[in-house]
Ligand binder design. Structure first.
Ligand code: PEP
Ligand code: MG
Length: 607
């Protein structure tokens, strides 16, 4: 690929960020910047106030039309469900809490419309951006998109820019990208994208995964370091980029890309192979999804079902989705997967997944606060609407319902009672319903301590190790300062999993692990050895997981599990597992493992 020569010295730079969407890309950069607006705070004459308000309201209409257009493009490219991301922008435009203060600023403070928008929204945006809560801070980008669109609609001085001419396939680099910006470029022109801010749960990252565009976010200042047409290597699997890569990088990139492409081919071939150990133990491999649309492809990744659909993603917009909207989304997933099972988890809002109108925003300890089943049991209207939607959709496929964050039997029994109530109501209305299995997550230590009683109450368990580790070790899963203490192989965690599996099997119910741990190669082996029946993970990890399972004997990993259960530190467990399996994993070419090591020990010594 040709690079435009400039006088600027091209220095090779490695930047590590957040792996927002997997895959690799290499090519020239296309920068997308937000437009700079001229702003003037001086007061306008009283006689023009009403006209200025009118001008603002017209800008709101223009903006709404633009967003409707983007939504149409999104529907074509992604489908109805994903296009709903734009609904949250449209709702904001209708929100009097947002619009009235701007109007007041014009009419009462005699501000011109642009200044009124700027002074009202920029404060809000800063507040959201500074929030320690990842989800809240990511919602700032939605508001920023509106801010830019409104100011642009009010800026008559600048003629409307024609869309940038396509340069052919390139990598988008921006301080921040919004779903709207992504919809305005041709999908084939986007090899990947890199941004200064944003995390894995931002809307743009979710869209990138759904569209299978590799992406790295949270790179802090890539937009300043790079210029148009610079060359960039992007590793969306490991979460890193190299600006101005050297020859070695490029040959590594080619290697990685060919492994990746080979894996994609293998993935197709492995679809037919069973996830079975050498001595014949079958481990069910299911997929975790966040968007209904992801259900369209999970079977291609070799999953035989969905082990976790995080339904709260449907609620990340203003106003809860109606019963009909929910039933439609759930039915879409069930139909795509039929006859395979789909575990839909009821709303797990709160913690780092704040849902507007539902979640509390000012909790000192949000992960241990007003969240998940606690919200559902006190907002019974909302919960029953979701249960009704689930039951209506259950006629379309093989549904299993799962309750999250249950910490007491009382909660579980109340959730089951409400489920039964909704079921009876529908049956009384003459709706025929299939049998639906009901399970719960095991993700707080109290659940493990009382696991025998709980196993008698449900049809299946799913261990949410992301939360179980956080609560068992008292390590906030989102706090970078203590990220090294978030240790899945801590003996306390392993013994909790062991206890859960034994209790479940005594009652004859299966156990799944659906936390991130299930797809870490060394953890996979321990979990299989502990007798876990199912592993549920991001679809991209399923093939590698299958490879690992097909390379070991169940009897051997069982012995490994028994050995590590007796160890007293995570360090000794890790040392033992590495000694025993590291070479095998490397020989299998498990790229997620190799990549994460690359990133942890910076890619090159000369980086
Ligand atoms: C978990 O806690 O492990 C889990 C799967 O749920 P979430 O990550 O959505 O909290
Ligand atoms: Mg959880």
């Amino acid at each position: 690929m040709k690079n435009k020569t400039t006088n600027r010295q091209k220095i090779r730079t490695v930047l590590v960020g957040v792996a927002a969407s997997p895959g690799y890309a290499y090519g020239p950069v296309r920068k997308t910047e937000s437009r700079k607006f001229s702003l003037d705070s001086s007061a306008i004459p009283a006689s023009t106030l009403v006209a200025e308000e009118k001008r603002f309201r017209k800008a709101v209409d223009t903006t709404a039309k633009e967003i409707e257009e983007l939504k149409k493009v999104a529907i074509e490219r992604l489908g109805e469900e994903e296009a709903r991301i734009f609904d949250s922008h449209l709702m904001m435009l209708k929100d009097s809490m947002l619009i009235d203060p701007i109007v007041d600023s014009i009419l009462k403070d005699a501000h011109n419309a642009r200044w009124a928008v700027h002074s009202t929204l920029s404060g809000l945006i800063t507040q959201l951006e500074n929030s320690k809560n990842e989800v809240l801070s990511e919602r700032a980008s939605d508001l920023k998109e509106l801010y830019n669109r409104l100011l642009s609609a009010l800026d008559e001085s600048i003629p409307k820019r024609p869309p940038k001419k396509s340069k052919g396939p390139s990598l988008l680099v921006a301080h921040e990208l919004t779903p709207g910006m992504l919809m305005t470029v041709e999908k084939d022109d986007v090899l990947g994208f890199a941004t200064d801010i944003g995390g894995r749960t931002s809307h743009i990252s979710i869209l990138a995964r759904a569209m299978q565009i590799p992406a790295v976010s949270g790179l802090r200042n890539i937009s300043n370091l790079i210029e148009e047409d610079d060359l960039l290597f992007l590793d969306g699997t490991g979460g890193m980029v190299i600006l101005n890569p050297n020859e070695d990088d490029l040959s590594r990139y080619k290697e990685k890309l060919s492994v990746y492409n080979k894996q994609k081919q293998e993935l197709f071939m492995m679809r037919q192979l069973e996830p079975m150990t050498l001595d014949g133990k079958y481990i069910t491999l299911h997929a975790n999804i966040e968007l209904p649309m992801e259900a369209d492809t999970v079977l291609d990744f070799g999953a035989t079902g969905i082990g976790l659909y995080r339904s709260e993603f449907l609620f990340f917009r203003k106003g809860a989705p109606s019963c009909e909207e929910q039933a439609q989304a759930y039915a879409h997933i069930l139909k795509k997967l039929e006859p395979h099972p789909v575990v839909i988890r009821t709303l797990d809002a709160g913690g780092d997944k704040l849902v507007s109108d539902i979640s509390a925003t000012d909790e000192a300890n949000p992960f241990m606060g007003w969240r998940s089943i606690r919200v559902c049991l006190s907002r019974k209207d909302l919960f029953k609407e979701q249960l009704r939607a689930l039951l209506l959709a259950s006629r379309e496929g093989h549904l299993r319902i799962m309750f999250p964050m249950i910490s007491s039997l009382d909660e579980l029994r109340e959730a089951k009672r409400l489920y039964q109530e909704c079921r009876t109501q529908l049956l009384n209305e003459g709706v025929e319903l299939p049998k639906v299995k009901v399970g719960c997550m095991i993700e707080v230590p109290a659940a493990v301590m009382m696991v025998d009683a709980r196993a008698k109450e449900v049809d299946f368990f799913s261990i949410g190790t992301n939360d179980l580790i956080q609560f068992t070790l008292a390590v906030d899963r989102t706090n970078e300062l203590i990220a090294n203490m978030f240790e899945p192989h801590h003996p306390a965690v392993l013994n909790m999993i062991d206890r859960t599996v034994r209790a479940a099997h005594r009652e004859g119910i299966p156990v799944c692990v659906c936390g991130e741990m299930s797809s870490d190669p060394l953890s996979t082996l321990v979990l299989v050895g502990l007798g876990v029946d199912e592993l549920s993970m991001t679809p991209w990890s399923i093939m590698e997981c299958k490879k690992i399972i097909r390379s070991v004997n169940y009897e051997d990993v069982k012995a490994t599990a028994r050995t590590v259960l007796k160890m007293d530190t995570a360090e000794s467990v890790n040392r033992y597992l590495r000694q025993k399996y590291l070479q095998m994993i490397i020989d299998l070419g498990i790229s997620s493992f190799i990549t994460s090591h690359d990133v942890k020990n910076p890619m090159d010594k000369n980086a």
